[in-house]
Design a protein around this ligand. Structure first.
Ligand code: ADP
Ligand code: MG
Length: 255
């Protein structure tokens, strides 16, 4: 579905250039839940910006369904770390915003929005403003808004990192359900090893190397299975990801 081919990305800084990606290649299949994990500054957000079309690569090309990405596209939803909610709009208005921007009439979007609000468990707070919501509720509003647009690609930049542990686990389960039900293709950035293994059907471990290096790629076929968190396999995968992050990648013989 997605093909990143020979992409370069350089940022201009005060007196120099930072080479974040150099001849970077990546394929993402439809229905994958790809997780990017790595230390701060290694280029995770940059990769999401490239995939979203918000930022063009300085070299190379990205294609989605065979079409070169030129600017943002309707079917790509992007959830930023700070939720991106408008403080002066209530929950209902925030959720319907994307549809209104696309000139859908109220008669058409009202049911869609109400459905999504119920599904995300936001019924009781639908007239509240973002400042009157908990972090978990805000994140669910952001998700609801993204999903009403029926995206085929959902990009999320550390969506759960500001939440307390229990809320975070609940929302992880919600994300997993959404991914499984809708067969969405998702790319999620996280700092949490457990979250990566709980949510990723494939996990890319990135390290900051100027340019960014992919030091590990882990297939995680049991993702989404009931009780996965408690299994030996889950434990092994998290240990492996941890070892890659700690040692900056294993050499071939150690795998
Ligand atoms: P991550 O999301 O993994 O923390 P980023 O993709 O945000 O990393 O950043 C990768 C590198 O690029 C970092 O070293 C960062 O300082 C640099 N960088 C990011 N955005 C800019 C920018 N707009 N201008 C200059 N340098 C940037
Ligand atoms: Mg980032």
């Amino acid at each position: 579905m997605i093909e990143v081919s020979h992409c370069d990305l350089r940022y201009n800084q005060a007196k120099s250039q930072v080479k974040v990606y150099d001849n970077f290649n990546l394929k993402i299949e439809q229905g994958e839940s790809l997780v990017l994990i790595g230390p701060s500054g290694c280029g995770k957000s940059t990769l999401l910006y490239l995939l979203s079309g918000l930022m063009p690569p300085t070299g190379g090309e990205i294609q989605i369904w065979g079409e070169p990405v030129k600017g943002t596209r309707q079917k790509t939803a992007f959830i930023l770390q700070e939720y991106g909610l408008f403080p002066w709009l209530n929950v209902e208005q925030n959720v319907s915003l994307g549809l209104r921007v696309r000139h859908m009439t109220k008669g058409k979007y009202k049911l869609l929005v109400e459905d999504m609000i119920q599904k995300m468990g936001l019924g009781e707070v639908k007239h509240n403003f973002p400042s009157q919501l908990s972090g978990g509720q805000r994140q669910r509003v952001a998700l609801a808004r993204a999903l009403t647009l029926q995206p085929d690609l959902l990009l999320m930049d550390e969506p759960l990192s500001a939440l307390d542990a229990l809320t975070r686990e609940r929302l992880q389960t919600l994300l997993l359900e959404i991914w499984q039900e809708q067969k969405l293709t998702t790319v999620l950035v996280t700092h949490s090893i457990e979250e990566a293994v709980f949510l990723g059907s494939r996990i890319l471990v990135l390290l900051d190397g100027r340019p960014t290096q992919v030091v590990g790629e882990i297939l995680n076929p049991l993702v989404g299975q009931r009780g996965y968190r408690q299994t030996e396999e889950f434990f092994q995968k998290t240990s492996y990801v941890r070892s890659l992050l700690e040692r900056g990648g294993l050499d071939e013989s150690a795998k």
